[in-house]
Every structure is written in structure tokens, then in C-alpha cells.
Write a protein that binds this ligand. Structure first.
Ligand code: ADP
Ligand code: ADP
Length: 233
């Protein structure tokens, strides 16, 4: 089953000189895949993730996630879709510093109006799965970068999203924390069948992914699958 399909996806940034950041991007991700997008700086990786995650709008083509086109939705539908169907992990964690670790993890459920007993149950489950129970009552400034990203991953998956999106999730982590966080993504992919799409320029990080899409000058250039097979578009 396809979780994500892009068709003729394009993005032109308007300006004095319009700039084509994405040009005719076509690919699909099946349920349970773990995929990296790699490419040189300025090749369009963030733009691609942003138009998939609905942070930005494409100027041509379409994005289909879980059989729906989020770019056709009104604001209310989109807010609900982003909280339930998508999970986000960012380079700088994006935790809310006035809240505890536990409250950060609960946030998407609280915003969706999930009943409190259900919130507590799901938060406890995800904290146990990700090994962060001892951190739940801590403040965000009391934890390390690796622990902060663990918390952000917990917050991203507490809603059981269909697609987990991560933009340079290890960009601010040292090598040990990078490995810890990547082991976490691998565990989620293998034991929960989570579908993950990640932008990275780190080949160690990409080595955890079963398929790597390489983008160059706004176009899909090559696809590498885990047995080392390459396909050039
Ligand atoms: P990457 O993530 O691969 O480094 P980006 O998607 O950030 O690449 O950027 C792709 C290209 O689009 C770059 O040349 C960048 O300068 C340009 N770009 C990105 N955002 C904007 C914007 N808001 N307005 C104009 N150009 C942009
Ligand atoms: P990254 O390489 O991590 O994607 P960048 O430094 O390329 O980060 O971009 C940082 C931000 O600046 C992004 O939000 C991007 O949209 C914006 N940006 C990048 N290039 C341009 C540009 N030429 N004009 C306007 N905004 C840009």
C-alpha cells in the first residue's frame, strides 16, 4: 500500500528571477519503508520535505498521503491531518520549553482533545517503548540533545502517524547521540512498521535507511536500495 505518492511535483520560488527549486519529482513510498533523501546543499531537499509536509505549497503537481491530497484541504482539515496523519521530527527538536518532557509528548493528543485517561495510557506506552520514562517529569533544559530528540520522536509517534517525516534529525547531535536516535528510528520501523522519510546529508545516517533517493538541482537523480543496486532516473 502506498503511503506517499508525488506526481510531477514542482516548486518555483517567485522573485525578480523565478527559481525552480523542484522539477517534476515522481516517487512513491510504501507502508513500512524507511527512506532517506540525500543530495548536495541547495539541491532542494528541504523544499521537497516542506511541500510533502504541507509547510509549503508546491507550484505544480500533487502530493498524495494516505489517499488524501493535503494541499486540497481547508485550514481546519489540514491542522487535523498534520496532527494525526503526519509526525514531524526537526533538526532543532522544537520542544516547548515551558512544558516538561511528558507534557511535550502529550501535546498532540491534548490539542486533538483526546480524553485524559487515553492520553496518559498512550504517553506511558510510547515512553516505555522509547526508554524515556525517567525523563517524563524533567524540564527540557535538564536533558541532553540526544534525550531531547528522543522526546521529539516520542511526540511525533504518540499519535500513530501514517508517515514520519524528519529533516536532518541528527544535525545537532554528536556521533553517540546520532547512533542512539538512528537505532530508535530503526526500532520503530522494524517493530511498529513505521513509515519514515528522512532528509540527511550524513551517509552514516542514510545507511540505516533501506532506500536512498538522491536529488540534484531539484530533480530526482538516483535511487539506491539496500542491496547496493542503483537506478538512475
Ligand atoms: P537543500 O535543503 O537541499 O539545501 P533547499 O530546498 O533549502 O535545498 O533549497 C533549494 C534551492 O532553493 C536553493 O537554491 C535555495 O537557495 C532556494 N530556496 C530555498 N528557499 C527559498 C525561498 N524561500 N525563496 C527563494 N529561493 C529559495
Ligand atoms: P538548509 O540548507 O538547511 O535547507 P538554508 O540555509 O538553505 O537551509 O535555508 C534556510 C532558510 O532560508 C529556509 O527556510 C529557506 O526556505 C530559506 N532560503 C534559502 N535560500 C533562500 C533564498 N535564496 N531566498 C529566500 N529564502 C531562502
Amino acid at each position: 500500500m502506498s503511503i506517499l505518492t508525488t506526481k510531477h511535483l514542482g516548486k518555483v520560488y517567485e522573485g525578480k528571477v523565478p527559481y525552480t527549486a523542484l522539477n517534476d519529482i515522481n516517487f512513491s513510498i510504501e507502508k513500512g519503508e524507511f527512506v532517506a533523501i540525500m543530495g548536495p546543499s541547495g539541491s532542494g531537499k528541504s523544499t521537497l520535505l516542506n511541500v510533502i509536509s504541507t509547510i509549503d505549497h508546491p507550484t505544480s503537481g500533487s502530493v498524495c498521503i494516505d489517499s488524501e491530497d493535503p494541499h486540497e484541504m481547508n485550514d481546519d482539515q489540514l491542522a487535523h491531518f498534520r496532527r494525526n496523519t503526519l509526525g514531524f521530527v526537526f533538526q532543532d527538536f522544537n520542544l516547548v520549553h515551558t512544558l516538561t518532557v511528558g507534557e511535550n509528548i502529550m501535546l498532540p493528543l491534548t490539542l486533538e482533545g483526546v480524553p485524559v485517561p487515553e492520553i496518559k495510557k498512550r504517553t506511558a506506552e510510547v515512553a516505555a517503548l522509547l526508554g524515556i520514562e525517567p525523563l517524563l517529569s524533567k524540564r527540557t533544559f535538564e536533558i541532553s540533545g540526544g534525550q531531547a530528540q528522543r522526546t521529539a520522536v516520542a511526540r511525533a509517534v504518540v499519535t500513530n502517524p501514517s508517515l514520519l517525516l524528519a529533516d536532518e534529525p541528527t544535525g545537532n547531535l554528536d556521533s553517540k547521540a546520532t547512533k542512539d536516535v538512528m537505532e530508535l528510528f530503526r526500532m520503530l520501523n522494524e517493530t511498529k512498521n513505521s513509515t519514515i522519510l528522512m532528509v540527511t546529508h550524513d551517509s552514516f545516517v542514510a545507511s540505516y535507511c533501506k532506500r536512498v533517493l538522491i536529488i540534484k538541482d531539484g530533480q530526482l537523480y538516483q535511487e539506491i536500495v539496500s542491496d547496493g543496486n542503483r537506478r538512475t532516473f
